[in-house]
Structure formats: structure tokens, C-alpha cells
Design a protein around this ligand. Structure first.
Ligand code: FAD
Length: 503
């Protein structure tokens, strides 16, 4: 039974990754009694980068009933087992942030406590050698994990690299089949209701008006509704995350077809490398205070595996978030809500998280503050906890060879980050907050990978009565053997999900 106050029309402003993900998910959730309209402008276009993801994207596709192989064929996709960080903690040093765990749970103290003790005796493998994701990734191997918890092949997780433009196109087809109406046109005005202050309708440049009960602002950086019309305000985080620009360029596929993203720290930022089936995506994220655009472009072009397929394209951004993600009858999803620098590939995840919350807290036309406050409370914590994790990468550098890294090593960080650094430094403890997206293995990877070595272990460790030193060596051998038995990444793709030609 529908109440008189039910939402009868949803208008999505914008057709980038955020707009089409929102349209597809709402079309799947809303079956009757409410229209869904998406407005986008080919003239304005989309950001068009954003190709690496984290494992929860698989749940998004599953909920929509999208089969993995169909999705990968349509988006030139590949598999991602984690991120390799080069030159972050120190020059000529690498570590891997894996999806999944180190070893597996075998005691109520975590494995890394035994690893720290073994390391102090000089008898430990590198930490990376104790996770299945790296055992496979470093050998260019991929297959989906097993479900059997007794197997080391159940201890890793995975996500995808894909062409975000093709994903939006794929989701457009999905949405239109489920009655989402797409309007092509450029919005020139946003009108508010004089009484409630809510958005009443948007007006296209050709004069058409589109009214709605609920508006989802997916208009990208400009935040046409959330900022342009409602002046919600923005928190700028550049004092902690100073990068404000990126040069992006695709190149021909060459070099290793890695089942992982690579992030290489450079003098004024870092460079990504994301291998897709038909090309490799590359970009240099940098702080314009420390390098000119021309120099950033030259550095990027000098560090490609293959022939560039375009001129480098500049993007500018301010890392931070809106004061509110949901204001009156407008929910900001995607870049309109905030910008998280892409170091841990979390922006598409934040889109997904925004959509999941919107469906879980779907409003009626009262727009009860109980609902909107709850949405904002969760969204703000999710954003801030990811921010903390990214800050950790910058703060824990021992590099002093350039102005950016000297700034980052010396900068003040939020208390929520200091608290984590100090707990780890003292006893190797990985303390967590409620909304942390990244779990203990992810934080462990960055602490150790960037040289935040604990001064001591958990005080309980010596009271456990065993050091499990042999177990670590056996585990390392088991992971290598398991990885050797997996197919090569490219062979797995050729067999299961080779891309279909793009029309
Ligand atoms: P956009 O792509 O900008 O889309 C905005 C839409 O609004 C467009 O359709 C546009 O036409 C429409 N629009 C705007 N104004 C109007 C108007 N007046 N009238 C009509 N329509 C209008 N994310 C990841 O998850 N992984 C990554 O690896 C990653 N890398 C990134 C690297 C960089 C350098 C950057 C900048 C971002 C990266 N992201 C990444 C983020 C990712 O690109 C975005 O989250 C994603 O593209 C979503 O963008 P969007 O849909 O919010 O905005």
C-alpha cells in the first residue's frame, strides 16, 4: 500500500558513473508507482577516468543481477588483487596492499604479532610473502578464491579494473530496459519551492522543465543542485591531502598484464597504472604547488609502458566533502558530494555506499530529519575514515628528497590518524573505528610497508607459550605452491571474459 506521501518521481541529474549506477540501482529497487528520470548533457561530458575499484563493487553488480563475465566483457575489464606501492615509504622500496588477509586466523592474536616476534629474531619472511593475494599477483596469476575455509585459496579477495565510460553505457542499457527515462540536455536553471526551500524543478537550456519529488545530484564536481542551488558548503582537506591536479592518459597495452594496480610515488605526487584488456590507464596525481602542469605531463609521458593513445588531459580537484550529502530533497552522490583522491580507488565505492544508504533510508515526501540526519551521519563517517586511511600513506613517509614529501612527513594529521599510528607503533595493535571501510590487514600493509615498525609486540604474546616461527615458513611455502597452480591472469580472461568489440 502506498501512502499519500510516497515519492512519485526521482530525478537524477548527471549521467557519469554516479548517475548511471544510481539509475540502475533505483530501477532495480523501485518496481512501481514512481518514475525515474536521468538528465545528462553530452556537451558537458563526464570525468571519464576512474578505472580501479575495491571488492564491494562485486556486491553492487550481484544485487543488480549482473553476471561477472558479462560485465567484464562489456567493460574491457581485468582483475585486481590489490595495489603495489612503489617509492612511497622510501625510494626504491615496494610493498603490496592486498585484498584479503595475511595467512589465516589460527590464534586469537593476529598473525602479524607472531611475524613481528620472528622478525625480531631475524627469522621472518617479508610480510608480503605471507598473503595469498601477493603470492598470486606477483606471479601474474588469477582465479577467483575458493569457498573452502581450510584452503589458503580462500584467504584473498578481488575487485576489477574497467573502463568507467563503458560501465556507464552498460548500466544505461540496464536502466532503460527497466523504464528509466533519459533526457539529453543541458540544465540552465534550478528553481526552489518558495515555501519549503526544496528543489522544485530544473530547467533545460531549451526551456523544458523537469519536476521531481526527490533529486539525486550526480552532476560531478560542479554540484549543480547541492551547491549551485542549495549552497551546502564544502570542507577542504588539502592541508592533509595536498594533491589538487591530475594528468591522465591511456597508452597501448604493453608490459606486464598485472592483476593489480600500481601506484608509484613521484617528486610531487604519484602515478597510477591500471591495465585493462584493450589499453593501460595512466595518470599523475600531483600538487600544483610543487610542480608545473607541463612538468607533470612530461613526467607522466616519460613513464608509460606503451605508446600514448591521446594527449594528457588535466583534471583539477579539491579533496574534501560537502558539509551535508543530503540537504532538503537533494542527495549528492559521486563527485558532487566530495572528492577523495584516487590512491585507494574508493570513489566508485563511495557512489555505491551512497546508493545503498539511499535505498536503506528511502524517504517519503516529508523528508523527515530523522532520516536525512542518519544518512549524513553515516556518509560523513565513511568519508572521513577513508580520508584517514589515505592520509596514513602520506604521513608515514620517510622521504625527504622533495618538498611535497618533506611537507607530508612533517604535517599534523587528524587525531583519528594519530591514534592509529600510536597504537600500532607501541604494541603493533590495529585499533578500528566503526565506519572503517578498510580492515586491519589493509592498515597493517601500510604501517609496515611504510616503515611504522612497532616498538614492541602485544604484551600477551610472550604469555601464549609458542612463537609459531615454523608456521610462518610453512605458510609461505604453501602460498607459493597454491599460487603456482593458478592460471595466468591473461589466460583466465581469455577463457572466461574476453571483451566484445566496442561499437
Ligand atoms: P561526472 O563523471 O563528472 O559526471 C557528471 C554528469 O553530470 C555528466 O553526465 C554531465 O553531463 C552531467 N552534468 C553536469 N552538469 C550538467 C548540466 N548543467 N546539465 C546536464 N547535465 C549536466 N574512482 C574510482 O573509484 N577509482 C579510480 O581509480 C578513480 N580514479 C580517478 C582519477 C582521477 C584523476 C579523478 C579526477 C577521479 C577518479 N575517480 C576514481 C573518481 C571517478 O572518476 C568518479 O567518482 C566517477 O567518475 C563519478 O563521477 P560523477 O559521475 O560523479 O561525475
Amino acid at each position: 500500500m502506498q501512502s499519500d506521501n510516497a515519492i512519485r518521481s526521482v530525478v537524477i541529474v548527471g549521467g557519469g558513473t554516479a548517475g548511471w549506477m544510481t539509475a540502475a540501482a533505483l530501477a532495480n529497487a523501485i518496481r512501481t508507482g514512481c518514475s525515474i528520470t536521468l538528465i545528462e548533457s553530452d556537451e558537458i561530458g563526464t570525468v571519464g577516468v576512474g578505472e580501479a575499484t575495491i571488492p564491494p563493487i562485486r556486491t553492487f553488480n550481484d544485487v543488480l543481477g549482473i553476471a561477472e563475465n558479462d560485465f567484464l566483457k562489456a567493460t574491457q575489464g581485468s582483475f585486481k588483487l590489490g595495489i603495489q606501492f612503489n617509492n612511497w615509504g622510501a625510494l626504491d622500496h615496494s610493498y603490496f596492499h592486498p585484498f584479503g588477509t595475511y595467512g589465516r586466523n589460527f590464534d586469537f592474536l593476529p598473525l602479524h604479532q607472531y611475524w613481528l616476534a620472528a622478525r625480531a629474531k631475524g627469522a621472518a619472511p617479508e610480510l608480503d610473502e605471507l598473503c595469498m593475494a601477493w603470492a598470486a599477483a606477483s606471479r601474474g596469476k588469477f582465479a577467483p578464491p575458493l569457498q573452502d575455509p581450510r584452503s589458503v585459496l580462500s584467504t584473498y579477495d578481488y575487485a576489477y579494473h574497467f573502463d568507467a565510460g563503458l560501465y556507464a553505457r552498460f548500466l544505461r542499457g540496464y536502466s532503460e530496459q527497466r523504464d528509466v527515462v533519459r533526457i539529453e540536455g543541458k540544465i540552465g536553471g534550478v528553481e526552489l519551492d518558495g515555501e519549503t526551500g526544496r528543489v522544485a524543478h530544473v530547467t533545460l537550456e531549451d526551456g523544458r522543465q523537469v519536476a521531481g519529488d526527490l533529486f539525486v545530484d550526480c552532476s560531478g564536481f560542479r554540484g549543480l543542485l547541492i551547491e549551485g542551488a542549495l549552497e551546502t558548503g564544502y570542507q577542504d582537506w588539502r592541508h592533509w591531502l595536498p594533491s589538487d591536479s591530475a594528468m591522465a592518459v591511456p597508452c597501448e597495452k604493453a608490459g606486464e598484464f598485472t592483476p593489480y594496480t600500481r601506484s608509484t610515488a613521484r617528486a610531487a605526487g604519484w602515478q597510477w597504472r591500471i591495465p585493462l584488456q584493450h589499453r593501460t590507464g595512466n595518470g599523475y596525481v600531483y600538487c600544483s604547488q610543487f610542480i608545473s602542469d607541463d612538468e607533470a605531463a612530461a613526467t607522466l609521458m616519460a613513464n608509460l609502458d606503451g605508446k600514448p593513445l591521446a594527449e594528457p588531459r588535466k583534471l583539477s580537484f579539491v579533496t574534501g566533502r560537502r558539509n551535508l550529502f543530503w540537504n532538503r530533497n537533494v542527495v549528492a552522490i559521486g563527485l558532487s558530494g566530495g572528492f577523495m583522491e584516487p590512491l585507494e580507488s574508493t570513489s566508485i565505492h563511495l557512489i555505491q555506499a551512497g546508493i545503498a544508504k539511499l535505498i536503506a533510508l528511502f524517504p517519503d515526501r516529508n523528508f523527515d530529519p530523522l532520516v536525512t540526519d542518519e544518512y549524513n551521519r553515516i556518509a560523513i563517517s565513511e568519508f572521513e575514515r577513508i580520508r584517514d586511511f589515505i592520509i596514513l600513506h602520506y604521513k608515514l613517509t620517510s622521504r625527504t628528497d622533495s618538498a611535497l614529501w618533506r611537507y607530508c612527513g612533517a604535517m599534523d594529521v587528524p587525531d583519528t590518524v594519530t591514534w592509529k599510528i600510536e597504537h600500532f607503533r607501541k604494541h603493533g595493535r590495529l585499533v578500528q573505528r566503526d565506519a572503517d571501510l578498510f580492515g586491519p590487514p589493509s592498515w597493517l600493509a601500510v604501517h609496515i610497508g611504510q616503515g611504522n615498525m612497532p616498538q614492541g609486540t602485544d604484551p600477551l604474546l610472550p604469555l601464549r607459550g609458542t612463537d609459531h616461527g615454523d608456521y610462518l615458513l610453512k605458510l609461505q611455502g604453501a602460498l607459493v605452491r597454491a599460487a603456482q597452480g593458478l592460471p595466468q591472469h591473461d589466460a583466465y580472461i581469455a577463457q572466461h571474459c574476453a571483451a566484445v568489440a566496442i561499437s
